[in-house]
Unconditional design. Structure first.
Length: 660
């Protein structure tokens, strides 16, 4: 082998090595980029885009729940009537009498027995056999989606997931003599899996449907699982929350034996007067979406969840006893998930049940974590919604989420009730933590407002998540132009009718009354935005009404609610599902000046007229634009002119409708 050949082989080898190293470097960069994208996606904030609830004292929406909280009221009442509870026999101040409760008060959902079965396509027999927890969640799920600006019917066959917390199904005991009429539906009406599965079935949702039972931490654990499913692309939207309705007084009887209940039925979180928990009921759901998806889809972001964590007490000081070190670890894990420090969080919605054992342990865990390394002299503000609505058990965590989202948006931290003085069983000097004994302003301090929410289950499963104020510009209704630029029709002033629909005439009247009441409380609402929301975010049912523009809409709505006529009100029943069609009149609908103003204001309409003019030009001796701008009435008498001009105008109108 001569020297030239050797040099050539060396050159070829160097080129191959160079190509290999180049490919390896490129592959390494791509791998690192994909790894970064995966890590970022695994930590992406989760947007809360909708909320719905049923809590005591008529708290049938997040706004009504907030009104209860900010007014400083509690929802504790006597045992409810209508559930078949023998309250005279049930109550006994002696905690040792078997089968009795030394408590006769709690916080109850007043209309838990009410359900519009026909709305959800459920027969009366099946509705009777179905746990009210399932029934209430169906209603709350529908409302949560509508409140997020989504038509529930449009989500059929979507990958939307359902993650629901529960901690008991005792309704079947309540049926007693009615069992014979409910046979065949008792299983699906009362097993835990169907609590989530029925929502997916009725709404046609094809993402994961998971029912979680970790007792009092159930709804927060369900939310944590929903967050993971969203980040893992198992679903694009997720309903998460929990429900507890006590069909029987079993929980009161059981905890009376354990001496765990406050005699007056009221939770006194972290207070010197704390003497046990008070039972409550409720249901709550939040609609979750990855923040990037919420932005792309134009959904209103109420708040974001930055991080969450779940752990277990393990072999601790007792199966049902809380464990301080485990609570500290779950808080630290949630902070790590959110990539935040304790000083970055302003407040914590605590588990705070009001028990003499649990509250001091929880307070010490908060002092050891959030109470340390705080700057600017700002303590961690501590409160618990249980002082208002009792311990709602499997719905407690989601109640805390809804409370803190409302507080973040309004810049106020509501006070915790029934606190005579901070508990002497807690060393409050061990950190910077302060009880919310009065409504407290919540400034931003140059960064988003943030809050932690805790829930601890009696079996030892702990959960903690961190909620953050929505990014600037995303905490207002998405009523503006799309993110990719202004609409070509943005300058057109359009007066639209308000369209309402329902399954029954009575429901239509109720909807009109609700909207009229809302407008009376919020008179500055944009009529065009209301029209758009009614049209695009509501399912179209058979009973329909339209409030025409040009008059006071509230008066027309009141007339509809009272079942009386009004000149601006149209009503009709749609007997079958229809499709949208455009019907064009023949010759005779023309007038001088038609289309002029619309052509000036609508680029879509003007472009369509230009296209028609170009298409007609080789075949006629007149110009479309000239005819439309000419006030000579002779044009209106020529069939060869009128019909092509009418065609251009009418199909132009169809183009505008298609665009919108």
């Amino acid at each position: 082998m001569n020297a030239r050949t050797q040099r050539a082989e060396v050159t070829v080898s160097q080129e191959k090595l160079h190509d290999y190293l180049l490919r390896a470097t490129t592959d390494l960069r791509q791998t690192r980029r994909r790894l970064r994208e995966y890590e970022e996606r695994a930590r992406e904030p989760i947007a809360i885009v909708g909320m719905g609830c049923r809590f005591p004292a008529g708290s049938t929406s997040p706004e009504r729940l907030w009104e209860l909280l900010v007014a400083g009221r509690d929802a504790v009442t006597d045992f409810p009537v209508g559930r078949g509870w023998d309250t005279d026999r049930l109550y006994d101040p002696d905690p040792d009498r078997p089968g009795s409760s030394y408590v006769r008060t709690g916080a109850f959902v007043g209309d838990a027995d009410q359900f519009d079965a026909d709305f959800f396509g459920i027969s009366p027999r099946e509705a009777l056999a179905t746990d009210p927890q399932q029934r209430i969640l169906l209603e709350v799920a529908w409302e949560t989606l509508e409140r997020a600006g989504l038509d529930p019917a449009a989500l059929r066959h979507s990958s939307t997931g359902v993650f629901v917390g529960t901690n008991g199904q005792d309704y079947v005991k309540h049926l007693s003599g009615a069992v014979a009429g409910a046979e065949g539906f008792l299983a699906t009406g009362n097993i835990a899996s169907v609590v989530s599965g029925r929502i997916s079935y009725v709404l046609g949702l094809e993402g994961p449907a998971v029912t979680v039972d970790t007792a009092c931490s159930s709804s927060l654990v369900a939310t944590h699982l929903a967050i993971q499913a969203l980040r893992n692309d198992e679903c694009g939207l997720a309903l998460a929350g929990g429900v507890t309705i006590m069909a029987t007084p079993t929980t009161f009887v059981e905890f009376s034996r354990q001496r765990g209940l406050a005699p007056d039925g009221r939770c006194k979180p972290f207070a010197e007067a704390a003497d046990g928990t008070g039972w409550g009921e409720g249901a709550g759901l939040i609609l979750l979406e990855r923040l990037s998806d919420a932005r792309r889809n134009g959904h209103r972001v109420l708040a974001v969840i930055r991080g969450s964590a779940v752990n277990q007490d393990g072999a601790s000081n007792g199966l049902t006893a809380p464990n301080g070190p485990s609570q500290q670890r779950v808080i630290q894990a949630a902070l790590a998930s959110a990539r935040l420090t304790p000083a970055d969080v302003d407040a914590v919605e605590a588990h705070g049940t009001g028990t003499t054992l649990g509250d001091p342990i929880e307070a010490q865990a908060l002092l050891a974590t959030y109470g340390q390394q705080r700057t600017g002299g700002q303590p961690l503000w501590l409160g618990s919604i249980k002082s208002n609505i009792g311990h709602t058990q499997a719905a407690a965590g989601v109640a805390g989420i809804i409370k803190m989202v409302e507080a973040i948006q309004r810049g106020v931290l509501p006070k915790t009730l029934h606190v005579d003085a901070p508990s002497s069983h807690v060393d409050w000097s061990a950190g910077e933590v302060a009880l919310l004994t009065g409504n407290t302003p919540w400034p931003e301090h140059g960064r988003p407002r943030r809050a932690g929410v805790s829930s601890f289950g009696i079996s030892g499963t702990n959960a903690h998540l961190i909620i953050e104020q929505a990014p600037a510009g995303e905490d207002a209704p998405a009523e503006g132009p799309p993110a990719d630029g202004p609409s070509p029709e943005a300058s057109v002033s359009v007066r639209l009718p308000w369209l309402l629909s329902a399954r029954t005439p009575a429901a239509l009247r109720d909807q009109a009354a609700n909207l009229a009441n809302h407008l009376a409380q919020h008179p500055d609402q944009d009529p065009a935005a209301i029209a758009a929301a009614l049209l695009t975010t509501r399912t179209a049912f058979t009973e329909r009404a339209a409030v025409l523009p040009g008059t006071d809409p509230v008066e027309a709505l009141r007339a509809l609610a009272e079942d009386r006529p009004h000149p601006a009100l149209l009503q009709h029943t749609a007997t079958h599902a229809g499709r949208t069609v455009f019907v064009f009149p023949g010759q005779g609908g023309q007038w001088l000046g038609m289309g002029r103003e619309l052509a000036e204001q609508s680029p879509v309409f003007a472009a369509h007229l230009d296209a028609c003019a170009t298409a007609l030009r080789p075949y006629v001796d007149w110009d479309l634009h000239t005819v439309l701008h000419d006030d000579n009435p002779d044009w209106l008498t020529r069939v060869d002119v009128v019909q092509p001009v009418l065609f251009a105008v009418m199909t132009g109108l169809a183009a505008v409708w298609r665009h919108h």
